[in-house]
Structure formats: structure tokens, C-alpha cells
Design a protein around this ligand. Sequence first.
Ligand SMILES: Cc1cc2nc3c(=O)[nH]c(=O)nc-3n(C[C@H](O)[C@H](O)[C@H](O)COP(=O)(O)OP(=O)(O)OC[C@H]3O[C@@H](n4cnc5c(N)ncnc54)[C@H](O)[C@@H]3O)c2cc1C
Length: 463
Amino acid sequence: MPFVFRDAELTLDFLVVGGGIAGLAVAYALSTAGHRVRVVEKFGLDRPSAGQRIPPNLSKILWQWIGPEELMKVSTRCVGSPFHQLTTGENIGYLHWKPAVMAEMGGDFLLMHHDDLIRILHKLAIKAGARVDFNTEVVAVQQGSEEKPDPSVTLANGEVIYADVLIGADGSKSLVRDVVLEEEDEAKPGPMTTYSGVVKAEDMVGDPELAPLVQSEELPQWPVWMGNFRFIFGHPVRARKEYAFTIFNCKVPTPEQAGKETWDELFPTEQALTEEDGTLCQKLVKLAGPRLIRSQLMSRRDIDDWVDSTGRIVLIGDSAHPNYPGGTHTAAMAVEDGAVLGSLFSHLSSKEQIPAFLNAYQELRQRRCEMVNRAVFDNARMMCLPPGPEADARDQDMAAQATDWDDGMLKVQFEEISAIFLYDAGDDAEEWWINWGRFHDSGNNSKPSVATFDFGNVSVRYE
Ligand SMILES: Cc1cc2nc3c(=O)[nH]c(=O)nc-3n(C[C@H](O)[C@H](O)[C@H](O)COP(=O)(O)OP(=O)(O)OC[C@H]3O[C@@H](n4cnc5c(N)ncnc54)[C@H](O)[C@@H]3O)c2cc1C
């Protein structure tokens, strides 16, 4: 269902902490519904970043928001993923992103640069009327009180800003989350350190081993090299003018080895490589220059509540449901969150509806994000199995999938990925409104029962 860009009957002041993918997406969606939105982002627009996968559930939203023509100027359609052994480069299997399967999903699997996605969303948010203040850091978050229910933030310059609704889109190391949890969130280094970089395609074409990664114009791929607690993937970005890659080191680091939970730490390239990485990967990574972006996964518990006790502060994106850095679905989940919130608040007619709408957002999004996060971690684990029977079984399975493509396999692939790819954020929010929201007593803040939700054309079995 296309997004309904209707103006809300009652418009509010929203303050969004964080101008990453989640913050800019929700700013666009809410502004489009007529709300006044201000985003405060502690850094500027120019920051290091690398590759971003755009699965069909995200590309179908971006198509609606900016149109296929604009989107395809900066992205590339992915036709499949070859799987290789990390050290020898031996071919193990091939996963086709079959056009017939993608067509059923209503989107396409695209490959792009994180920075291009940020700029697209920023442009959209500004054009829709949102205000985005860069280099503006929030240092404290205050809940409202009975006398003055509006939440507020204090900026580094001492300014205090109030809003009707405060949105925490401040990433995995979120300040807003501590206020929602009403305690400091505990985190410790988890089993994933990533090193990301970008190489110019023109620097790769002279090398016969690297050239095929960027030269096969009609066959852009997203290859994965699988090793022992380690894997590397890469893909074209910036409409094939550059090539982005990420090394995933899947062991819990010692305190000395641990990186930072940011995308701003630059780490020496040579130290990121190991002898296990084959010549192709070594060459590719070295071409990125002397430093790579190092990001550390921090393990934290899943949180039950994304909405604070006052019903005016809400978490979205990585602040609500963090995954590992460079995970394939983090951007998609962040934009879906924003789209659902924007869609729900396009129905606002009374301030009393705010807590119910925020709770509906959580009910609609939480189990989906948990399901997707689980799938993403399971996939990562499969990519970095140590040598042994489990790795052998994986390789045999992948080899069979690469050769035995028939209608049966197509059906299996469809069933496996449809729960994630078929999802339509606009449908989800509209169905809640039609089935629940419009009958809701605007003074009643109770959460709707998820047991009776109809997920429409998405057949998802939640555990
Ligand atoms: C600079 C950067 C580069 C990235 N590059 C990649 C990449 O190449 N590939 C990839 O797969 N993923 C990348 N990611 C991660 C990816 O964007 C997220 O995992 C995912 O898209 C969810 O986005 P998010 O907006 O929830 O979180 P984030 O992308 O982490 O955005 C949160 C934003 O909040 C801001 N912020 C935090 N605290 C405050 C505060 N107190 N006051 C004001 N602002 C605050 C941060 O500066 C950040 O811009 C990157 C993230 C960042 C921040």
C-alpha cells in the first residue's frame, strides 16, 4: 500500500535527538504529516562511512519517497551473493536474488553508500519542512511532569528545548534510552569488531583478481568470504564508481583489543588484516588506504519498553533495537520505524492520543525487530563458523543451492525471506489504524492487544 501523505488534524512539535538514518527518516515522515519537527545532531553531515545494503522492504519505501530514478542514480541492483572460502578464495555456493522472487517482494535488493542514504533522507526531511541542526549535542534529557508534561532536552550550549514528543534516534549508545529505562544501560564488548572501507573502482580495474568485482556491470554482486570466526563482504557503491567492504571479526575482544562503539574511529589497515585473509581480500583492503573505520559491537540486554513512563518519549532505530555494526537490516529497521511513526501520527486529532500512538508503534515494531535481529545474528554466525562438521554442512548446503535451482528452490527461498522482505511499513500502520486506532477512546492509554493484530499480506510466525 502506498504511504498516505495526509495532514494530521492536530499537529505537534516533535524533537528528534540524532540525525542518522532513523532520525532523518522519522523527520521526513512526520513533517509530511504536517507536524513541526526539529532534529538535533551532534556531528555534521560529512562523516566516514561505507557500504549499506538496501533490502526490498527498505527499497520499496525509498521508491515511494524519492522515486526509482533518483534512487538508482546512487544505487546498484544486486543480482546475487557468491560465497567463498576466506583464505583460498574457493567458490562454495551462490545465492541468486532471483528477479521473480524480488518482484513478489515489491522492492529490489540494492547496494549503496551509507553517506548517499543519509543525504537522500536529509534532503527529503528538509524539503518536507523539518529543521535539522547539525553540530548540536544533547547533554541531558528531562521527562515532563504532571504540571508541565512536555519532555525537554538540554543542549551542550545550555539551551533547553521542549517538545510535545521527544524521539530518541541517537543510536546504539543512546542517552535517551537511559531516561526511558530510568537507569543507566549496561554494555560490554560483544563478539563482533568491524573494519570498513571504500576503494575507488578505477584503482581495482588494473588488477585481474579485483577487476571482476567492479567490472561485471550486468552482474553486480555482494560476495562473502567466510573464515574461522571471521568473514569479509564487499559490494559496489556510488553507482559502481566505488567498492565498499567490511571485515567482521567475530570474537569477543580483550579490553585492550576492543574498539569504540562509533563509526568515527580510524584504525590502521595493516593491523585489521590477518594471515587468514586471502590475497584478493588483502589487496582489496590495502587499497582503501592506511586507515579503516573500526566499530565495536557492545552487548546489551533487549529492553521491554521503548516508550517512557510519561508516554511522551520514544526510542527508534538502533537506540531501541541495536544490532551489530554493518548488519544488513539496521538501516531498513530504522526507516521502517520512522515510516510507521509518521503514518500513525498522520491520524492525530487529540493530544490524548499520543501515548496510545506511541504504544501502538512499539507493539507493531518490537516483535518484528526482534525477529529480524535474531535472523541477522544467525546469518552472521553461519558466515564465520570454525572448521568442523557444522561448517562442512553449511558448505554442502550452499553448494546444493547453487546448482539445484528449480521451482522448488524458488519456493523455499521465497518462504525463507518473505517474512523479512515482504513487510510493508505503511500497511502495518494503516491496518492498526483501521482495526484499532479509529475506534480508540482518545483518553484511554492502554496498549492494544497484539494477539488480535492482522498482519495483512505478511505471513509471519512469531515464536
Ligand atoms: C557516522 C556513521 C556512519 C555509519 N556508517 C555505516 C555504514 O557504512 N554501514 C552500515 O551498515 N552502517 C553504518 N552506520 C550505522 C547505521 O547507520 C545504523 O546502524 C542504522 O542505520 C540505524 O541508524 P540510527 O539512526 O538508529 O543510528 P546511527 O546511525 O547510529 O545514528 C544516531 C545519530 O545520533 C547522533 N547522536 C548520538 N548521541 C547524540 C546526542 N547526545 N546529541 C545529538 N546527536 C546524537 C549520532 O551522532 C548519530 O548521527 C553508521 C552510523 C554512523 C553514526
